[in-house]
Design a protein. Structure first.
Length: 562
């Protein structure tokens, strides 16, 4: 066990078996131990940084007290910063102070010294705070943002004061500097806050801007209503929509280049409403969407079942759940595992939300006849090994996907159903013969996304035994001890939550389940069989997450109560 892990154990911050496991995993995967500690434990990062500083003899700095105005812009080399997860903080004479969260990264000092010609002084900081400061500093260094400031709303107010309330004169304002600056700043702020969507909503006497963060909408501002049309027109111009057409919905895309190596796509939709066009911008950040299977939230047995299905040469894996439940991320995590040089992988999506090199991605276009079914037919003539269909929407697509799964191809797809057993009856209701369902499907994953409790501020919550039983915990659970936590809120999270995790029902198709499918059994009977085989339903999986302290019981109730 390395020195840092041993020191944390000695300080009573972590049990020895957990630290031994994380240390081994860090060595095998060549990941800094502090990264695993930040993502997989509830140990306060300030304590980790302090322990690391004591172990390695390095000074520790709280970035919350650091003024980013001191950042030496001439030394913000993005390639080095991202490579070493290290950030130059301030220059004093010939000394450059560089922040790191991993004290074992000895190469960072050498490379920064070579690049700058300065003496490097290493300072230890908290991992997540360094993450945020790196993203903010690199984004702020973009030439696009050079003219930006934090007074976007004030500039808009000045612009309003100097105009004559000509809301219908759309084209006059779409290139106004304050409008351009405001829209650019809005998009950058959404990326910084890790929002998934931006909502621009005009009303009779108000113009509301909201971000969806961790699945919840938050009010972030109310620009002047008289500028609503110009702001919306600016977004439409950027997304290459027809700004003269305000009576029909439109779709567009924006590609925002953050740096030489990173760009974020926005999928934009306009909808005519009573008081103007509402704009919703879906943020498609490929870098943030492709995850390791270890951080998705699978229980160990669930992860094992998914990996076993991915290793099968043929068959079908279905991921189900409502819109926004993380189905695409789960599928692409699987595709990332399968994406090797010896496999030919093709996907048909509407649209492709995550760009993954090495995979042939196709956007379906029903208006010109490029449907999911037609794309699938083309894939089968392209010598595929793995096929991913964005969604099975009709019988034709389902039949072709099942045929592919039966003829030596691994097929991944999604359906909109509430749980795994209902997926089987949904396919049957579509008209797919029972023998085709039973012989082709390997695994069904039903999922929801729950907000993850902030490890810094979460607080123990004690509930009476009768409440725990009513919520679904068993007497055995209570006898073995249950520790539940509730959200509090701090400067490192949003309302006591930070990030999201998956809640899953992972149901393999066993021989007994196949027989029930062939008999035409209901989803309730299929669910009972799955329970007999030890498959946790979504509710039980959510309770396990709450019991582990990863999320709150309130959040489990929100996402698993139908």
């Amino acid at each position: 066990m390395p020195g840092l892990a041993r020191r944390l154990v000695d300080a009573g911050l972590a049990p020895p078996d957990l630290m031994a496991t994380l240390s081994k995993e860090a060595r095998e995967q060549k990941i800094p131990l502090v990264v695993l500690l930040a993502s997989r434990t509830d140990i306060p990062e300030a304590r980790v940084a302090q322990a690391a500083g004591e172990e390695f003899g390095l000074p520790v700095l709280d970035l919350a007290a650091f003024d980013r105005e001191f950042l030496p812009k001439e030394h913000l080399n993005e390639e080095l910063i991202r490579k070493h997860h290290a950030l130059p903080l301030v220059q004093r004479g010939n000394r450059l102070f560089v922040a790191v969260s991993d004290p074992t990264n000895l190469h960072a000092s050498d490379e920064f010294k070579f690049a700058t010609g300065l003496v490097i002084e290493t300072v230890l900081v908290e991992h997540r705070k360094l993450d945020r400061l790196i993203e903010d500093s690199i984004s702020a260094a973009m030439s696009m943002m050079d003219t930006m400031d934090d007074e976007g709303f004030a500039d808009l107010a000045v612009a309003v004061g100097g105009t004559d309330d000509k809301d219908d004169d759309v084209t006059d304002g779409i290139d106004d500097a304050p409008v351009v600056r405001f829209v650019n700043k809005l998009m950058l702020d959404a990326i910084r806050r890790k929002a998934s969507d931006i909502h621009l909503e005009p009303y009779e006497k108000d113009f509301r801007v909201r971000f969806r963060v961790d699945g919840m909408l938050y009010d972030v501002g109310h620009p002047p209503i008289s500028l609503a049309t110009r702001i919306i027109a600016r977004v439409k111009v950027m997304s290459q929509m027809d700004i003269a057409e305000r009576r029909l919905p439109q779709d567009g895309r924006i590609k925002l280049k953050l740096s030489r190596t990173r760009a974020v796509d926005f999928r934009v939709n306009s909808l005519p409403t009573l008081h103007g066009e509402k704009i919703v911008m879906r943020i498609l950040d490929s870098d943030a969407s492709i995850l390791s299977i270890d951080v998705l939230g699978f229980e160990e047995e669930q992860k094992k079942l998914y990996l076993e299905a991915l290793n099968r040469p043929y068959g079908m894996i279905l991921v189900t759940g409502p819109t926004g439940s993380g189905k695409t991320v789960s599928l692409y995590t699987g595709l990332g595992i399968l994406n090797t040089n010896d496999r030919n992988i093709s996907t048909a999506e509407d649209p492709a939300e995550i760009n993954m090199p090495g995979i042939n991605q196709v956007n379906v276009h029903p208006k010109i006849g490029l449907t999911f079914a037609n794309a699938l037919r083309a894939f089968l003539r392209q010598d595929p090994d793995v096929i991913m269909v964005g969604e099975i929407r009709d019988l034709e697509t389902a039949e072709i996907a099942i045929k592919a799964a039966q003829t030596g191809h691994l097929v991944l797809s999604t359906l909109h159903t509430n749980d795994a057993p209902q997926t089987l009856t949904r396919l049957s209701n579509m008209g797919v013969p029972a023998y085709n369902i039973a012989s082709s499907i390997l695994l069904i994953i039903a999922q929801r996304l729950a907000r993850r409790l902030c490890p810094v501020c979460k607080e123990r919550e004690d509930l009476p035994e009768e409440v725990l039983l009513k919520e679904g915990f068993t007497a055995d659970d209570i006898a073995s001890g249950i520790e539940l936590y509730r959200p509090v809120g701090c400067d490192q999270c949003t309302g006591g939550y930070k990030g999201r995790l998956g809640i899953y029902q992972v149901m393999p198709i066993s021989d007994a389940t196949e027989r029930l499918i062939l008999q035409g059994c209901s989803s309730m009977e299929l669910a009972e069989q799955a329970a007999r085989e030890g498959v946790n339903d979504l509710r039980r999986s959510g309770l396990l997450k709450a019991r582990a302290g990863a999320t709150s019981l309130e959040e489990v109730n929100r996402v698993t109560t139908d």
